[in-house]
Design a protein around this ligand. Sequence first.
Ligand SMILES: C[S@@+](CC[C@H](N)C(=O)[O-])C[C@H]1O[C@@H](n2cnc3c(N)ncnc32)[C@H](O)[C@@H]1O
Length: 279
Amino acid sequence: MLRPPHDRYEKLHVYYLDRRDLPPVDDPDLIGIWVEDDTAILFFHRERGALVDRLCRQCGAGIIYQASLDYRDWEAGVQVTSFATAALCVRPVWEAAGAGPSGPEEIVLDPSVIFGSGFHATTRLCLENLESLMLAPERRIRSVLDLGTGTGLLAIAAARLGAERVLALDNNPLAVEVARKNVTLNNCCDRVLVEQADLLDGGMPGTRGYDLVVANLYKGLLTHLFASAQFWQGQMYLVSGFLPGMEAELLSALPSGSIRMLHRGMREQWRLWLLERKV
Ligand SMILES: C[S@@+](CC[C@H](N)C(=O)[O-])C[C@H]1O[C@@H](n2cnc3c(N)ncnc32)[C@H](O)[C@@H]1O
């Protein structure tokens, strides 16, 4: 995340280590540590080879891979900047207020190195559909469950657009840290709770009582969730993170007879479904 003396991301220096249990890293250039399975990926603003070598010697870790890249390349070649949807304006923390397009509701975001800057087609699809749902006068969406929240953007958007209670979950500890920071930046701690949970490993909460479940994930995890009865206790579902060639398999994984498809969205090669549980 951004901490003084840094106020934007330019270069990323990435060190991929073969252990996750590292001693604490206290360095002003550390952006964050991404823990995955038994490995840890350290992201720095500046080259930190000597520090990482020392760390490895201290705990017996080895470097699997290291790289330096532009932040823009990390973000798939896209320049992360302010953008507006019909009702929201999303501004990265490094841009001054009023510099970009204006919208009635502004979200300030530190995207860090976490999925959810708003520039991936699936995030944008979810954001725009979330907005339409939240603003539809015939629907009253009070509670939202955001599965795989990433930066927390969709959870914060839901709160900004009227949700009174949002639970946002992610299994990546750095995503949880970043999403919490973004929730604080946007003054919605009273409505958005961010927790670490692995949806594949007992962390999937019951969806009963949620008006909307947002799940921008990936096909394997969606198929896993679709097979669970407790996933299907919510009212509506915004599901994304899959490509046209995956739709048939996902469709056949929906519980037969109890789910209605309300809308199919597309952006670039990505797809989104809006589903409703029949009552
Ligand atoms: C495609 S990103 C979506 C992020 C954000 N919701 C958005 O729309 O931009 C998927 C997110 O799911 C999280 N995730 C992946 N597997 C997970 C699991 N087993 N349990 C919980 N979260 C998971 C990832 O860490 C990532 O942040």
